[in-house]
Design a protein around this ligand. Structure first.
Ligand code: HEC
Length: 139
């Protein structure tokens, strides 16, 4: 019985010893005290972020142009802008024909809040034309 206890205790001691020895090992210390970031040196295999591929988005739809560039005035009909969707307000303008409206949208209406291209200098003539078509489709 006594022998068994000695064996058990010595087994326990060696286990604890092994555990703490392992904990203090060079490798363990290095792992636990390593800096959180990694410093790359010349020649290291450095991971490189792939460049972002930006696809040309193409022309905006008439609705997008209207929503983003025209609705601020034409949505509520502020500052003398004919309100989109209000057929009575648009009647005289529609009577001029689509081509005239495309032209005044692209070139602006002098001395009014309607600037050339509704102020969207970056919009193409086609995008403005599509935006006018979209406005007319709301009538
Ligand atoms: C800053 C306000 C404003 C913005 C933004 C604006 N408009 Fe206008 N728009 C006006 C006003 C004001 C008029 C009325 C001009 C007038 O007295 O005939 C007008 C008139 C028009 C007309 C009628 C022109 C005619 O010959 O009767 C069209 C078409 C038009 N706008 C299209 C657009 C389009 C398309 C956009 C967006 C790309 C746009 N507008 C953005 C203020 C604006």
């Amino acid at each position: 019985m006594y022998k068994l206890r000695v064996i058990l205790i010595s087994m326990l001691m060696s286990f604890v010893g092994a555990a703490s020895a392992n904990h203090k090992s060079e490798k363990s210390i290095q792992e636990r005290t390593a800096p959180s970031g990694k410093v790359y040196r010349a020649g290291d295999d450095v991971p490189v972020a792939k460049p972002m591929v930006v696809e040309a988005s193409g022309p905006m739809s008439g609705k997008d142009v209207y929503d983003q560039k025209c609705a601020m005035c034409h949505g509520a009909g502020i500052a003398g802008a004919p309100k989109a969707g209000d057929a009575a307000v648009w009647a005289d303008r529609v009577a001029k024909g689509e081509a005239a409206l495309f032209s005044s949208a692209i070139n602006g209406v002098p001395d009014t809040g309607m600037m050339a291209k509704g102020g969207c200098a970056g919009c193409s003539d086609e995008e403005i034309t599509e935006a006018v078509k979209h406005m007319l489709s709301m009538l």
